[in-house]
Ligand binder design. Structure first.
Ligand code: ZN
Length: 78
């Protein structure tokens, strides 16, 4: 009988771990976030979100750029 109780507890533990793994939004963000491509507002090239930078423009728009040079060019062209 005690074996049966341990078995049920193990199943419950595994079920809980699997469920918390799939419901964890942070773990999901890590895997999908690395493949998240964003378009540079200046040169229109798609780069991973982590490699680019968000810059607030004088007209209060928060735009994405692949690098500082593109952000500077965009500001000069406003
Ligand atoms: Zn760019």
């Amino acid at each position: 009988m005690i074996r049966f109780i341990i078995f049920v507890l193990l199943i419950g533990l595994v079920y809980y771990l699997v469920r918390s793994y799939f419901l964890n939004p942070n773990a999901e963000e890590e895997t999908s976030g690395s493949m998240d491509m964003v378009e540079c507002a200046q040169c229109k090239v798609y780069v991973p979100r982590k490699e680019g930078t968000y810059q607030e423009m004088p007209d209060k728009k928060n735009l994405f750029f692949c690098g500082e040079s593109c952000a500077r060019q965009y500001r000069e062209n406003i």
